[in-house]
Design a protein around this ligand. Structure first.
Ligand code: SF4
Ligand code: SF4
Length: 385
């Protein structure tokens, strides 16, 4: 068994401001975290043992289990001792990613980190192409005095599977006459998943770069498509004394409807179920706004899945897992897609580009899953305006 001693581990744990040294010492091994962890629906994942190893300071780094955690937060909600399990996982990964070098045993993640470090996005795309999704939409560049910056996230900006999310958002804002702009190649990855994957150094660099860009360009309010960008800007960039107003698109649509600026008049006569992304729901408490927006769509019938809101089943894409391989038969997104089908939904709607990618991937391999469509909330609203 390859182990590391407690000293460096504790040093990293202590270095994580919000956890201090108490991150794992409070655990009394009740095992509720394992019951809550979605991985145990598809395979064994001994969360309690990992915390115990951390307590003993004999952490088994030969095992690849430490890369499994999708930072969904289900265990943290359930833990009676308030152990910050995600921070412990993150601290362990930090030990494995010294100087930003990911172990060769996780090749995909290694490639992604290299790409983000060199071109600012996970997809090895030239930074100059970051605004290509908006080319034919007449969206202006953000300049000082513009009310709102739209930050689409690397994934909708570059990935053809979810570019429709950025396009739908841009088109809705334009149609409603919102004063907004984009920064395109001036921005880089928010770094949220980078940090959870253990690359603290790179996260800090990205955060500082984005903060400087936002300040230099006079940004005050940021609209995001991804709950991961939301979490980074709202809860993590504040560590660098940066305070921007951050709003997720589901919240913004809700506001526009309440102010009477967004009117949904076209019928969308389908049975729809909403998947709570972990970083919107459990991590940031945003459960109602997306549902309220959907309920305002004429003809739309909203149904709930077996696990929803605080108990939402993770798609498996958080914590950098969106960039790692997951074996067939062990994909949480397969389970979630099945739950949506079992709920009788014709459309599985969510509000996170990572979730959409995972569900679309599941659809490619799951038999009989073509009966359901997978959409972002903005795509439905665009159809209903
Ligand atoms: S739920 Fe909390 S106290 Fe119980 S085993 Fe897990 S980390 Fe320890
Ligand atoms: S955060 Fe989620 S995936 Fe990670 S150990 Fe906890 S329940 Fe499991």
């Amino acid at each position: 068994m390859e182990t590391l001693a407690l000293a460096p581990f504790k040093e990293v744990i202590d270095g994580i401001k919000e956890t201090g040294g108490e991150a794992f010492s409070l655990c009394y091994q009740c095992g509720l975290c394992e019951t809550a962890c979605p991985w145990n629906r598809v395979r064994k994942f001994f969360v309690r043992s990992i915390i115990h190893q951390a307590q003993l300071g004999v952490v088994d780094f030969g095992s690849e289990d430490i890369w499994l955690c999708a930072t969904c937060g289900a265990c943290v909600e359930r833990c009676p001792r308030g152990v910050k399990i995600i921070d412990v996982m993150r601290a362990m990964r930090r030990l494995l990613v010294p100087d930003g070098v990911v172990p060769a045993s996780i090749p995909n993640l290694r490639g992604v980190m290299t790409s983000i470090a060199s071109v600012g996005n996970p997809w090895q795309q030239e930074a100059e192409g970051r605004a290509n999704w908006a080319k034919d939409l007449g969206i202006k560049d953000f300049t000082e005095g513009t009310e709102l910056l739209y930050f689409p996230c690397c994934t909708p900006a570059f990935d053809p599977r979810v570019q429709s999310v950025a396009r739908a958002t841009g088109q809705i804002l334009t149609k409603l006459g919102v004063d907004f702009g984009i920064l395109g190649s001036k921005e880089v990855c928010c770094g949220e998943s980078v940090r959870k994957a253990g690359n603290e150094q790179l996260f800090k660099r990205l955060a500082k770069e984005n903060i400087k860009t936002f300040i230099d360009n006079g940004v005050k309010k940021i609209l995001v498509s991804s709950p991961h960008c939301y979490h980074a800007f709202k809860n993590e960039y504040t560590e660098f004394k940066a305070n921007f107003e951050v709003v997720h698109v589901s919240q913004y649509l809700f506001e526009l409807i309440n102010e009477g600026k967004l009117k949904l008049t076209r019928e969308y006569k389908k049975k729809v179920t909403y998947h709570d992304p972990c970083y919107l729901g459990r991590h940031n408490g945003i459960y109602d706004e997306p549902r309220e927006v959907l309920k305002k769509v004429p003809g739309l019938e909203l149904v709930e899945m077996a696990d929803s809101r605080e108990n939402s089943l993770c798609c498996g894409g958080g914590g950098g897992r969106i960039w790692m391989e997951t074996k067939k038969g062990e994909r949480l997104s397969d389970l979630r897609l099945q739950q949506a089908i079992d709920a009788g939904a014709e459309v599985l709607v969510t509000a996170c580009p990572y979730c959409i990618i995972n569900f679309k991937d599941s659809q490619l391999t799951l038999e009989d899953s073509k009966v359901i469509e997978i959409k972002d909330i903005t795509e439905i609203i665009q159809e209903a305006i």
